[in-house]
Design a protein around this ligand. Structure first.
Ligand code: TXA
Ligand code: MG
Length: 328
C-alpha cells in the first residue's frame, strides 16, 4: 500500500528512477512520472487503466522551461502565462520531437501546465525533466482532491503519495489550445473563462468535445462518474421516465447535492449537501465538489441527485463535471 508523506526528496528519487508518485497540485492530485521516460509514461497509462488515445499534460516549474519542448509560443499565450502561471491553466502548443509520442498519444501538439501548489513547484524545481501527470484516479472516475483519495484507489500500484493537503481549486485545469490561428478553449476548469478573456481582451471559442473529436481526445462525454446512479435535477424536469425511476426509490436511499435555494420533490433535509451561489460559495463548491461526490458515492445510496450551479465563473466548470457524471 502506498505511503502518504511530505518527503520531497523521496518523491524526487522515485521519479528519477522511473517510478510513479501521487503528487498534489492546486487543482487535483496527479499521478506523476518522468515525461521523457517512455517506460514511466507507459506505466501511467497502465496504472490508471487509461486508453492510449488520451494524451497527458506535461508539468514544468516555469514558463522559461517551456521553450525546450515546443516549437513556438504565440504572444497571446505568453500574455496568459504571465498572468495565470503558475496556476490552473494548461496550454496546448506544437511540440518538439523530444516529447515522447506516448505522452501526446501521437499528436503533433503537447499540453503543458505550470502548477502553483508549493509542493508541486518545489518538486518540479528539483527535477531536470518535466512530469507527465494525469489526474490520479482510475480512468473515468472522480478526480482525487485529497492524498487519501489517491491512496485508496491507486495505493496498491504505487509506493508513495506526496501529501499537499486538500487541493484548494478542486477542479482540473482549464485547457486552451494555441495550435490554430485563434486560441480555443478545450476544457472548462479551475481558471474561469472570464479571467482568460480578460487577459486576451476578446472572447474565446469553446470547442465542443465529443469522443470522435481529435481536438480533445480525452474529453469523453461520460467521465467523472460515481458508481452510484447519478441524476441531474434539471434533466428530471423534462423527463417523466427519470422522475418515475427516482420516485420508486425509498427516500432514505437518495442523496442530494444542491445549489442555492433549489428544491427537489421528495428530498428531505438530512441527506442534502447544499452549496451557496454567491461568488465565494461557488469557489467553495468547486473546491469540495469531488470530495463530496466521493463521500456520497461511498454512502451506500441508490441514487445521487444534483442541481446545476449558476452558469458563470467556476459554475461553468462545475456544471461541465456534473453533466459528464450524469451522462449515459
Ligand atoms: O488540473 C489538471 O490539469 C490535472 C493536474 C494533475 O495537473 N491533470 C489532468 O490531467 O486533469 P488529465 O489527464 O486527467 O486530463 C488531461 C486532458 C485530457 O482530457 C486530454 O485529452 C487533454 O488534457 N490533452 C492532453 N494533451 C492534449 C493535446 N495535445 N491536445 C488536446 N488535448 C490534450
Ligand atoms: Mg482526468
Amino acid at each position: 500500500m502506498a505511503e502518504i508523506g511530505t518527503d520531497l526528496d523521496r518523491a524526487a528519487k522515485l521519479l528519477r528512477s522511473g517510478e510513479l508518485v501521487g503528487i498534489p497540485t492546486e487543482t487535483v492530485y496527479g499521478l506523476a512520472g518522468n515525461a521523457l521516460d517512455a517506460r514511466a509514461v507507459a506505466s501511467i497509462f497502465r496504472v490508471k487503466e487509461r486508453p492510449s488515445f488520451d494524451p497527458l499534460i506535461m508539468h514544468l516549474p516555469s514558463l522559461e522551461r517551456v521553450a525546450d519542448y515546443v516549437t513556438e509560443i504565440p504572444a497571446a499565450a505568453v500574455k496568459l502565462a504571465r498572468a495565470h502561471w503558475p496556476g490552473p491553466l494548461t496550454m496546448v502548443f506544437k511540440r518538439k520531437p523530444i516529447v515522447p509520442d506516448l505522452v501526446t498519444s501521437g499528436l503533433k501538439t503537447v499540453a503543458i501546465r505550470v502548477p502553483a501548489h508549493p509542493l508541486a513547484q518545489e518538486l518540479l524545481k528539483k527535477l531536470d525533466f518535466p512530469l507527465a501527470a494525469p489526474s490520479a484516479n482510475p480512468f473515468g472516475y472522480i478526480s482525487p482532491t485529497r492524498a487519501k483519495h489517491v491512496q485508496k484507489q491507486l495505493g496498491a500500484k504505487i509506493s508513495y503519495v506526496l501529501d499537499g493537503g486538500n487541493c484548494p481549486v478542486g477542479l482540473e485545469s482549464t485547457i486552451v489550445s494555441f495550435t490554430d490561428s485563434a486560441p480555443l478553449l478545450l476544457r472548462k476548469g479551475g481558471l474561469t473563462i472570464e479571467a482568460i478573456e480578460g487577459v486576451l481582451g476578446h472572447p474565446v471559442e469553446f470547442n465542443t468535445h465529443s469522443s470522435s473529436n481529435p481536438q480533445a481526445p480525452g474529453m469523453l462525454a461520460k467521465h467523472y462518474s460515481p458508481a452510484t446512479k447519478f441524476y441531474l435535477a434539471d434533466e428530471m424536469e423534462s423527463s417523466n421516465q427519470l422522475t418515475q425511476e427516482l420516485e420508486r426509490l425509498p427516500s432514505e436511499r437518495k442523496a442530494y447535492l444542491l445549489f442555492g435555494e433549489t428544491t427537489v420533490a421528495g428530498c428531505t433535509d438530512s441527506r442534502v449537501y447544499r452549496f451557496e451561489t454567491s461568488d465565494e460559495g461557488i469557489i467553495t463548491a468547486a473546491s469540495s465538489l469531488f470530495a463530496t461526490l466521493r463521500e456520497l458515492d461511498e454512502g451506500n445510496y441508490d441514487a445521487i441527485v444534483a442541481s446545476l450551479a449558476p452558469e458563470r465563473g467556476l459554475g461553468r466548470a462545475i456544471n461541465d463535471r456534473l453533466r459528464r457524471a450524469a451522462a449515459k
